[in-house]
Design a protein around this ligand. Sequence first.
Ligand SMILES: Cc1ncc(C[n+]2csc(CCOP(=O)(O)OP(=O)(O)O)c2C)c(N)n1
Ligand code: SF4
Length: 341
Amino acid sequence: MTATNVNIIGLTRDVYKGLPSTLCAGCGHNSITNHLIKALYEYGVQPHRLAKMSGIGCSSKTPAYFVDSAHGFNSLHGRMPSAATGAKLANRELLVLGISGDGDTASIGLGQFAHMIRRNIDCTYIVENNGCYGLTKGQFSATADVGSSSKGGKRNEYETIDICGVALELGATFVARSFSGDGKQLVPLLEAAFSHRGTAILDIVSPCVTFNDHEGSTKSYAHVKEHGFALHAPDFIAGSQEIVVDYEPGAAQDVEFEDGSHVILRKLDVEHDVTDRLGASRILHQTRERGELLTGLLYVDTKSRDFCEREAMPSAPLAHLGSSELRIGRDDWAALMAAGG
Ligand SMILES: Cc1ncc(C[n+]2csc(CCOP(=O)(O)OP(=O)(O)O)c2C)c(N)n1
Ligand code: SF4
């Protein structure tokens, strides 16, 4: 009898697969799907505890291509955060995974993005960033770099919106950037984002091979390979596992999450403390000025309270509560009114 490979909760990798992709062959979004399948399998997520939320765009079709049996909701353009917020508030036991595009997030959905971060909703928020609107045939998005050009040779005259820069400024409690072609970096960052309690922003550069992979684009495979600048090499260690990663004292930063998991960040060429928000903004600016694409975990605050904790939401799913727990009593209502809300 041959032994079947299973994860820590006894499920095979096939359970984490979805429908066959209908995206273009070579699209970065397809690689992200494969890295998500690996991360969710390794992390041991129970499919019925996973909520895959998205907006509109090629990127927002991604949830169809992994964990077929999980919950999923493909919402309106730019509205993933409000749908994801509703899912989390209804059931705190869910691992909420929001998938969006740079068009979906940095234009029509910018307000929703800002307020999800401000509330620190417990959600892994992925931006599959290709610098264009792939689904509507490649127009520049707000994350296209000034001076970069379209497939037809048109120059983008407008300043870029840097997803990580804006997230840091808004007070996000977990900010990371990666590349669809770098699974070694992306998979541990995804697992760290799952463990983080709060909004975890993951800006993933994901080339659009059909409309934005030419010379002059700063979101092409060739550009990222040439100008990528990784902060560190991450390893993720789940709460239940022993830390066996070997590193010299001072050669890595160890970040512990509330669930007991760790991400070990081995230093590469620069010194960066991931708990220093100002330092993260500074290095982001410095590398952008040099024309480099900074990747890695930029900032994390593991002690912050998420929205449900701050608002003292019940830990049980709302659907499991009886009417006596859901409805406020006459006396409590009168006291609330007397206190002026
Ligand atoms: C309210 C509304 N406005 C505009 C559109 C048209 N539209 C669909 S997808 C999209 C942009 C998609 O770009 P992005 O989020 O970057 O995803 P990609 O397709 O590049 O992965 C737009 C403008 C829409 N569907 N709904
Ligand atoms: S149009 Fe671009 S973003 Fe959309 S599936 Fe094709 S390569 Fe991917």
